[in-house]
Design a protein around this ligand. Sequence first.
Ligand SMILES: Nc1ncnc2c1ncn2[C@@H]1O[C@H](COP(=O)(O)OP(=O)(O)O)[C@@H](O)[C@H]1O
Ligand SMILES: [Mg+2]
Length: 183
Amino acid sequence: VTGGDRPAGIVDAVTSSPAATRALAAELATLARPGDTVLLAGDLGAGKTTFAQGFAAGLGVEGPVTSPTFTLVRPYRCGPAGLDIGVRTLVHADVYRLDHLQEVVDLALVELVEDAAVALVEWGDVAAPVLGADALVVRIERGEDDDERRIELVPGASWAGRAGELARRLAPWARAVPGTGRP
Ligand SMILES: Nc1ncnc2c1ncn2[C@@H]1O[C@H](COP(=O)(O)OP(=O)(O)O)[C@@H](O)[C@H]1O
Ligand SMILES: [Mg+2]
């Protein structure tokens, strides 16, 4: 989100390695609740799957988390870290073609409702109006050097009450954005 009228609660972060992106995502995951949707936006190679790996680790998922491309939606069983916050399943999805969007939404929604899940949807495009209103939108962009990524987190309606906590937990990766007066 750019321009002067940025919604409240946006967190601007920066990471300098894949490990740092995973650590940020793992920290974020501890704020998740069953039924949440997190949208990961960014170009190919931005770091969406890397982010998903860290998020999964934060929910105690064991075993490798790979790109769900061509499988559309892949469920993972959470470990104790997820179960402690009531999240049993992580649903990892990839909307790599727009005509698959509804399919992904339908598949993910079933799990969200029936299995105390959190959905993490990789989205290669700029905007996701269908899913975006209530989701936490995480936008990842390349930074100035090869391993730098700028990560913008925009909390949707269901995240509004968690926005303060979100900013506090992600403070280690906070990035100053000119003109916003933050952090
Ligand atoms: N700070 C960083 N955060 C995430 N990935 C990074 C970072 N720096 C370099 N990378 C590299 O960028 C690539 C991101 O790939 P991936 O996570 O599969 O992206 P996407 O799912 O968006 O296509 C990986 O090769 C990763 O090692
Ligand atoms: Mg990916």
